[in-house]
Ligand binder design. Structure first.
Ligand SMILES: [Zn+2]
Length: 278
């Protein structure tokens, strides 16, 4: 449509009407989908307990910022909870960045949805393997392939900490790897397998988790107190993992000659290699 005086006039009238509505009703009332159209945070009336007002004076004293209670202070201040330094490309067509960035356990917990023992085991294990592959402490996230079991916490940690992805065929899902990972540097083929030492994961926690899952699988009710007990035990394990030197917790084994295969669904045909043999 070519601009003409009529179109311009209609535009001015619509803009003026919207401005008046915005002024009269406030920014949150004229959002069509029910969500605030302009406010970065929900209003105080819609937030659950445990929230606090913004400390940066973000412009509107009626707005509140959600508390970071998904990540407790005892985890934040744990002795071995340092972030991983990583390097990525600078843009969609960019060079490898010269300056590293930090990826923390809190970053992983924020995106995963919660802090759990699986996420922390994954963080501790992957970090140790990455530091073997990148002894200068800066991890090139464009140069990694990972093998992980199909667990929500394990897969999330593997993808977000290392940059390996299923869609790039750099993240193999293989439950045979168990509660550990194989981490490979693409450019050199150097590979390390990492897992917890026997006895680090408490048998009582494994037994309680299995009992709760079995009850659910059989349609049986679960005692909420058991879930509370499970969470308390998982938090005890997380505390232990984040306050213990990695070499006390982990077995790291080199995997020389490791051949990464993205998945087992496609492959060469093995039964015909001798078909022309005489
Ligand atoms: Zn989890």
């Amino acid at each position: 449509m070519k601009p003409n005086r009529g179109n311009i006039l209609i535009g001015v009238v619509v803009f003026a009407a919207l401005a008046i509505l915005h002024d009269r009703l406030g920014p949150q009332k004229i959002s069509a989908g029910g969500a605030p159209c302009c406010a970065p945070f929900a209003s105080a009336a819609t937030l659950p307990p445990g929230t606090e007002p913004p400390k940066d004076g973000g412009g509107d004293e009626n707005l509140v910022r959600p508390a970071d209670d998904f990540f407790p202070e005892w985890a934040n201040s744990a002795e071995f909870n340092q972030p991983v330094l990583v390097r990525d490309t600078q843009s969609a067509l960019g060079r490898l960045s010269a300056s590293p960035k930090e990826i923390s356990l809190k970053d992983l917990a924020r995106m995963h949805g919660h802090l759990c023992d699986g996420l922390v085991i994954s963080f501790v294990e992957l970090k140790a393997a990455l530091l073997r592959l990148f002894p200068d402490g800066v991890v090139d996230r464009t140069d990694l392939r990972i093998v992980s079991k199909n667990g929500p916490c394990w897969m999330d940690a593997a993808a977000w900490l290392t940059g390996a992805r299923i869609n790039f065929q750099t993240l193999r899902v293989d439950s045979a790897v168990g509660d550990g990972f194989i981490v490979q540097k693409i450019s050199t083929n150097e590979a390390w397998e990492v897992r917890l030492k026997p006895g680090v994961f408490p048998e009582a926690l494994a037994a309680l988790e299995k009992r709760i899952r079995d009850l659910r699988a059989n349609g049986q009710p679960v005692d909420p107190a058991d879930v509370d007990r499970f969470e308390a035990m998982a938090n005890d394990l997380i505390r232990h993992l984040l306050n213990t030197p990695p070499d006390v917790l982990l077995v790291l084994a080199p995997r020389p000659g490791y051949r990464f295969q993205f998945n087992d669904l496609y492959g060469g045909r093995g039964d015909i290699i001798n078909r022309d043999l005489r």
